[in-house]
Design a protein around this ligand. Sequence first.
Ligand code: HEC
Ligand code: HEC
Length: 360
Amino acid sequence: MKKLLHPVTITLLVVTIIFSLPFFITKKTTVLNDAQLRDRALSTTFKPVPKSYDALLKVVDNPENPMSKEKIALGKALFNDTLLSDDKTVSCASCHKLEEGGDDNLPTAIGVRGQPNPSHLNSPTVLNAALAKAQFWDGRAKDVEEQAGGPIQAPFEMHMTPQDVEKRLNAHPEYVAEFKNVFNENNITFEQVRKAIGAYERTLLTRGDYDRFLEGDDAAISPQAKRGMTLFLTQGCKGCHAGMSVGGQSIQKFPLRSYLAEYIGLWFEPDIRLKKSPYPFINEGGFLGKDQNQKFRVPILRNVTKTAPYFHNGAVDKLEEVVRIMSKYQLGNEFTPEQIDDVVAFLKTIEGDVVEYDIK
Ligand code: HEC
Ligand code: HEC
């Protein structure tokens, strides 16, 4: 008996009880009916993508670069034209394929002469990017107009100077006429190129079953997707992946939480193989985000089911694994396999088609 009450035994007992407590506290899962779920989404930051061009303009038009039918058509032509790359082999559409989720489905982007992105960065989707508050993985460009100047000049993407671009386009009479019609100036400038492409990108919005559900169609998404959406809204995903684009509105730390076991290398920790990296995956390219501080522009989740592989360096192939990592490292509440499947079913409903706006 004396031995049993030894301070070491007691300490051990107390420690064991404290550490096993989380296993006994059953997690409360919220159940919402359809109307409550919709209200929950609409009363926070979520909204359906507009169906009409007039409604679109209210959401995305840029007073510094007003949209017009002609400007959008010109931007579309430029977006698809390899003339904007030095060896005339790469266009914006090479890395941002609209029919494939707006990205290239490669771990890292490949530019002119087969060059990979030096930081091993993954191409994000251009679809719905105009809805984001900042562009790029570290949020360094303020809008799509500013962003468009980046890839054209990056040596590993399109490798042109603004002067090269102006010279090339000014040598094409059709482009000269179209630019004149849109901007009413005699010479094509790099700024006009950025603006035309930006105006086109502002029309690249998608709608899916999720939008129809938000608009009132209860049958648009399955019961499983509704469970996943409930988790998304009640467990904390919505705090970061917010707004009409379901992401893109803020810059956030990743990972938010770290686990001691990963540092001391306990054998039962499944993520241990990753610990040479500051992330829960091997970080090829060494990118550390904004201020070298693991801060990222939160990715847009519309069409995420079509944009594998995932994370800034395309390190993870499976969306289920991404959701597990997010729940564990961003929420501190690792989801069960069933919960992960529910969330993936929800994410599938925000996949959608590019809206064919009746552009006037
Ligand atoms: C070689 C492949 C490649 C080409 C060509 C390319 N991009 Fe990208 N794009 C990327 C990569 C990689 C990133 C992320 C880079 C970063 O964050 O530093 C990106 C980021 C973007 C973003 C930001 C999206 C977001 O959510 O942050 C937009 C918008 C975009 N590109 C549009 C364009 C346009 C317009 C063009 C043509 C002028 C273009 N891209 C050409 C690979 C490419
Ligand atoms: C604290 C903010 C935060 C929270 C909470 C959060 N995320 Fe994320 N999420 C991020 C950031 C930042 C990234 C990008 C990390 C990177 O690429 O290195 C990301 C990436 C993702 C990606 C990969 C996107 C892509 O295109 O590569 C998915 C999918 C995702 N999150 C889903 C979720 C889900 C589901 C939840 C809830 C379980 C969640 N996130 C919670 C900030 C957050």
